[in-house]
Design a protein around this ligand. Structure first.
Ligand SMILES: C[S@@+](CC[C@H](N)C(=O)[O-])C[C@H]1O[C@@H](n2cnc3c(N)ncnc32)[C@H](O)[C@@H]1O
Length: 452
């Protein structure tokens, strides 16, 4: 049978829900051949991301029409219902009859005995009427919901995550942050100054993609490409003129103060986004030792270095914590630590469903150990940059504060207001926290320490 936007969306969502695939990776794989038209690819992408983003809200609405608990509904049937309610609730331009027809066809193909059930539930949903906002507010009134459960239901994030953000940033800002985490992220690329200029690359990309490409507002190396485009297929990408990277992430490597000839350690380096940035800023002169604990990921660093034509990167397999008892020799060390990833939920919406509160404690322990080892590996007078892509202070400023007390050597947290764009100065408090609702970027934390 011929693939449609919805059948490919169903297959992709099944991989996310049944095989624990990452949404962005499963989608990239599903759309890599050309069986769908560009319009259908866009619809499929919208359905997949939207369903995962709004799953908590969708489930609460679906439960009103299903007597059993949703966890007792067969996964394939639940996937069909979730993606269909997403379309009925959030995609005004899609006709309801098309959604229900295709849902029933999908059920006949993948869960035949349940096709009548799928039809019945979706028709009951439609009959109840009202916009998704009205239905949600009705549900919240009936549940007498407090602020945390209200934000959880309105924006589709688990309650523990909402509570953590509210505690850290207050209610209005946390709500704006959650809403921004549901926005589609733009594609941004970092120009490789060793091969071209931002101006030249901008013209090359605009011509190849028939679209307006604009300069980023935060990094002098950033270009923003609108729409869902595949830059990786373009000659400009394949010949190493640019790297795909969120604009806020482009602010991290410069904090190390990279200069030609330096000896730098990148402790958690894969897939190499920041390693290659450091090498570009060092004009590919000097050495960057880049480590990661997964062999497959070390190969990714090597592939990126090769694509960009960078020779100063030495990528190796290794645990960053090993540097705790090695010689202190590096001029600068980057710890781009493994973290809960709450800052990148625009691109990885499944993070909200995967992460558990208990993960945070484990991550904080690892982050402290990595930062402690980084300080040991740095020569006296050298700098250490600690960064994450999460929004939780426990994994960010609190790790930096803790290490100052426990490093066993003297380290100072430097004031980085002069080293970041002026408009970010107010976001610096110890380290810099960039949140997604402020500048349309992913969320990041970065701090610079100097070993005395
Ligand atoms: C946030 S990512 C790094 C992203 C990378 N710096 C970039 O810009 O492309 C964190 C990385 O740390 C790696 N990692 C996790 N535990 C580690 C450890 N103990 N030592 C070294 N790397 C580790 C993960 O495999 C992951 O690739």
């Amino acid at each position: 049978m011929k693939d449609t936007a919805r059948s490919v969306a169903f297959r992709t969502l099944s991989r996310v829900y049944e095989d624990e695939a990452f949404t962005n990776v499963a989608l990239l794989h599903a759309l890599s051949d050309d069986t769908l038209s560009p319009r259908d690819k866009a619809l499929c992408t919208e359905i997949v991301y939207g369903t995962v983003r709004h799953q908590i809200t969708i489930d609460a609405l679906l439960q009103l029409y299903i007597k059993r608990k949703l966890r007792d509904v067969e996964q394939k049937v639940l996937t069909i219902l979730r993606m269909s309610v997403y379309q009925l609730a959030y995609l005004a331009r899609v006709p309801a009859y098309a959604v229900i027809d295709e849902a029933v066809n999908l059920a006949k193909r993948h869960a035949r005995p349940a096709s009548g059930f799928v039809n019945g539930v979706l028709r009951s949903y439609l009959r109840a009427g009202g916009t998704v906002e009205e239905r949600m507010e009705d549900l919240l009134r009936k549940r007498r919901a407090n602020d945390v459960s209200a934000l959880s239901l309105r924006h589709g994030f688990p309650e523990w995550m909402v509570r953590a953000l509210m505690d850290a940033y207050g209610c209005p800002r946390a709500e704006a942050m959650l809403a921004a985490c549901n926005d589609a992220a733009p594609l941004t690329v970092r120009v490789n100054p060793l091969k071209t200029t931002r101006h030249e690359l901008k013209e090359t990309l605009a011509e190849a993609l028939h679209t307006d490409v604009r300069d980023g507002g935060l990094s002098p190396q950033a270009l923003v490409v609108p729409g869902a485009v595949n830059v990786e297929n373009l000659p400009a990408y394949q010949t190493g003129q640019c790297t795909i990277q969120d604009e806020a992430a482009m602010l991290i490597a410069p904090l190390l103060g990279p200069e030609p000839g330096m000896h730098v350690l990148d402790m958690c380096a894969a897939p190499g986004g920041k390693t290659t940035h450091i090498a570009e800023l060092m004009r590919d002169e000097g050495t960057i030792d880049a480590y990661d604990v997964y062999l497959q990921k070390v190969r990714m660093i090597k592939a990126q270095a090769e694509r960009l034509g960078l020779r100063s990167i030495v990528a190796s397999l290794g645990d960053g914590r090993q540097f705790a008892d090695k010689q202190a020799k590096y001029d600068a060390v980057l710890v781009d630590a493994p973290c809960s990833g709450l800052g990148v939920m625009r691109r990885r919406p499944d993070i909200r469903h995967r992460r558990k509160p208990s993960d945070i404690l484990q991550l904080v322990t690892l982050q402290r150990e990595l930062l402690g080892a980084a300080i040991q590996a740095t020569r006296p007078g050298g700098v250490i940059v600690y960064a994450t892509c999460t929004l939780l202070p426990e994994e960010n400023q609190q790790v930096v504060d803790w290490i100052q007390q426990h490093a066993g050597v003297s380290v100072v947290v430097e004031d980085i207001r002069e080293s970041v764009p002026a408009m970010l100065a107010d976001d610096v408090s110890g380290g810099l926290t960039i949140t997604p609702e402020r500048y349309g970027t992913d969320g990041f934390f970065m701090a610079r320490l100097r070993k005395q």
